[in-house]
Design a protein around this ligand. Structure first.
Ligand code: CU
Length: 176
């Protein structure tokens, strides 16, 4: 009985040690120690892949490689608006939002309405943000914010001006 107890103890300690390495090691605890480094390497590989593709989650800014389009931000007796309110561009283009009148204006995106998987790259491509996906206020005529649409998924990106959202200052950028 005592002997069996010791075996159980030793086996338990081995499993425990294997668990300390990684989850994969635990399932291959009956193999030799040589498999442990292999298991931890295979565990490291999937971790490295998300880091590269998950450059998505901490993307570097992608510079504009194409044309830069102009959108004016206007507030006057006709209302508050982006001019033009809708724009179709190519992937790699940029959009320069310029404060003309009636500010402060900003340009903001809603992470729930932009194309799937675009948040990280778009966030990286916005140089000045007071909040996620919301640019700083453009206070004075001539102030501008240029956003690159390089490396972002194709699709339609609704935009709005936070101070004038209730007044209908909305638009969209479609990336082809
Ligand atoms: Cu505005």
């Amino acid at each position: 009985m005592r002997f069996i107890g010791q075996v159980a103890l030793i086996t338990g300690a081995f499993v425990l040690g294997a668990c300390g390495g990684s989850k994969n090691a635990a399932s291959t605890s009956d193999s030799t120690a040589a498999s442990a480094p292999a298991a931890s390497e295979s565990a490291a590989a999937p971790a490295a892949a998300p880091a590269a593709g998950g450059a998505a989650s901490t993307s570097a800014a992608a510079p504009i490689t194409g044309k830069t389009w102009d959108v004016k931000m206007v507030g006057d007796d006709k209302g508050y608006r982006f001019e033009p309110a809708t724009l179709t561009i190519k992937q790699g283009d940029g959009v320069k939002f310029t404060m003309v009148s009636g500010g402060p204006h900003d340009v903001a995106f809603d992470s729930t309405t932009i194309p799937a998987g675009s948040t990280a790259q778009l966030t990286a491509n916005m140089p000045n943000q007071m909040a996620p996906l919301q640019s700083n206020f453009l206070m004075n005529a001539g102030d501008s914010e240029t956003i690159s649409f390089a490396k972002v998924p194709k699709g339609t990106y609704p935009i709005h001006c936070v101070p004038h959202l209730a007044l209908g200052m909305k638009g969209s950028i479609t990336v082809q």
